[in-house]
Design a protein around this ligand. Structure first.
Ligand code: NI
Length: 136
């Protein structure tokens, strides 16, 4: 029987959304305040969904302590209090939007979580905006 477990995470990071080949006016029109020149922070909230079969002996899908430690080590400690534009190769050529950050987080988790699991990541940059990856 397949089931999902979900673990939440949290980190703070700074960014700026800015396409260098556009004018400042166009960047402000498209990205709003996220285009401000001196960066700004967001309180990112994360939900990691792990899907798979319950182990009949333990009754668990995944040890939640293990999942917590993976999120702490590979996501929270990696991104917390950093500047997404300046400190990450991942955003050298792609804007650190919620969408792109969600995919980067998914890819990092995918490399450490057992391949027997399906994984889904939901990321919010503000309480009302979310991105989710992957989607069908
Ligand atoms: Ni922003």
């Amino acid at each position: 029987m397949r089931i999902a477990v979900i673990r939440k995470g949290h980190f703070n990071a700074a960014h700026q959304l800015y396409v260098p080949s556009w004018t400042r006016e166009k960047n402000e029109r498209i990205f709003g305040k996220c285009a401000n020149p001196n960066f700004h922070g967001h309180n990112y909230e994360l939900e990691v969904t792990v899907i798979g079969e319950i182990d009949p002996v333990t009754g668990m899908l995944i040890n939640l302590k293990t999942l917590k430690d993976i999120i702490t080590e590979h996501i929270e400690e990696y991104f917390d209090h950093k500047n997404l534009n300046l400190e990450f190769e991942e955003f050298k050529d792609s804007p650190p939007t919620t969408e792109n950050l969600c995919i980067v987080i998914y890819n990092r988790l995918r490399t450490v979580l057992d391949e027997k699991y399906d994984v889904k990541v939901r990321l919010s940059e503000t309480p009302r905006n979310f991105a989710e990856y992957p989607v069908n």
